[in-house]
Design a protein around this ligand. Structure first.
Ligand SMILES: [Zn+2]
Length: 348
């Protein structure tokens, strides 16, 4: 069979000598085009899992995106491994939430191929030249967060818990891709535009859905208590209050009676009936605190620093909202939430 193909190929070439040069030049053209494709769609490296999920939802499937850090790792404390450093070195474009969220990325921030998409890009005046129209509005948000809610100094990096902020991150990614990444054809450019519009519309639906769910929480139970200060953007967006236990516990690993009584009176003052664990199983300290203050832990954990073991940016958000709403005496509409998750899934 193979012989037959080779022989008839030779016969064909003999008969059509003018076609030979055409075939060879086509082969050459194809390999050159392949080469071009490779060099123009070099890898995008997205540092944090949630940024990786967002970028993948936005770029056409032909564009390769590498997720640098596994979703099971703690971004606040992770160290960049040699193989991760290699990926960063070879990347065509690096997207990150920045050093406020992922301190170990600091040494890559001066790289001209790195784009910071985190709190310093969204709220910091110095980095805000590109969005002058929104400047006043954003400035107000920024000062409110800093002055009223932030105790530890520095900017609170957990901005994505407000879907409006994910929308702002998507704007920056879209602008950057349009400027820096050459697509091999117009089809991909069109796909990028369409996907961007879908992403923004899903985020707006998530925002509206969040509003409707949080509205079901009884007005005297609107306080989220968790360990580290991570839900302030969510709370600010939807009219809730937060208490961060680290403000009371510091970094000590044991509970002093004075600490317990301080936490107890704070919980009582705010009519708090539940504490939200951020890890599973909850730490001994948190279980102990729950016991000592007679305040039960929520049945499910909230994912405050990234994604769930499975799922995406939207499913993590929906899970968190439902956990908060259901634990605080409301009733979350999960079915409606699933529809938003499915729309996001269809982009991947
Ligand atoms: Zn955090």
């Amino acid at each position: 069979m193979l012989n037959f193909i080779v022989l008839s190929g030779v016969k064909f070439l003999r008969k059509n000598s003018t076609s030979i040069s055409f075939i060879f030049s086509s082969l050459f053209f194809l390999s050159a085009a392949n080469h071009l494709v490779k060099s123009s769609s070099k890898e995008i490296v997205a540092v944090e899992p949630l940024i990786c999920d967002l970028v993948k939802a936005m770029v056409p499937p032909s564009q390769s995106v590498k997720c640098l850090i596994d979703r099971s790792k703690d971004l606040h404390t992770i160290k960049i491994s040699p193989s991760q450093a290699k990926s960063l070195k070879e990347a065509n474009q690096i997207y990150t939430l920045g050093a406020e969220m992922t301190p170990s990325i600091r040494q890559w921030l001066n790289n001209p191929r790195t784009l910071v998409l985190g709190v310093s890009a969204i709220f910091n005046e110095e980095h805000n030249d590109h969005s002058e129209n929104n400047h006043n509005e954003e400035h107000n948000d920024h000062s409110e967060i800093n002055h009223d809610h932030h105790h530890g100094g520095g900017l609170d990096p957990h901005i994505w818990h407000d879907p409006n902020n994910i929308g702002k991150i998507a704007d920056l990614i879209f602008e950057n891709i349009n400027k820096n990444i050459t697509f091999k054809n117009n089809q991909n450019k069109k796909a990028l535009n369409e996907r961007f519009i879908s992403v923004k519309s899903i985020l707006e639906d998530l925002n509206q859905w969040n509003k409707r769910q949080v509205a079901k929480i009884p007005s005297d139970q609107k306080t989220i208590v968790s360990k580290h200060k991570a839900m302030d953007y969510f709370a600010n967006a939807y009219g809730l209050k937060t208490i961060s236990l680290l403000d009371f516990l510091g970094h000590s690993s044991s509970l002093r009676p004075r600490t317990i009584s301080k936490v107890f009176s704070e919980l009582e003052k705010n009519n708090v009936r539940v504490i939200f664990p951020e890890q599973s199983p909850p730490s001994k300290l948190l279980r102990n605190l729950s016991l000592q203050t007679s305040t039960p832990l929520a049945k499910e954990i909230i994912y405050v620093d990234g994604l769930m073991p499975k799922g995406n940016l939207i499913s993590a958000a929906i899970h968190n909202t439902c956990t908060i709403v259901d634990s605080l005496g409301g009733k979350c509409n999960k079915k409606e939430g699933m529809k938003i998750i499915n729309r996001w899934d269809s982009l991947n």
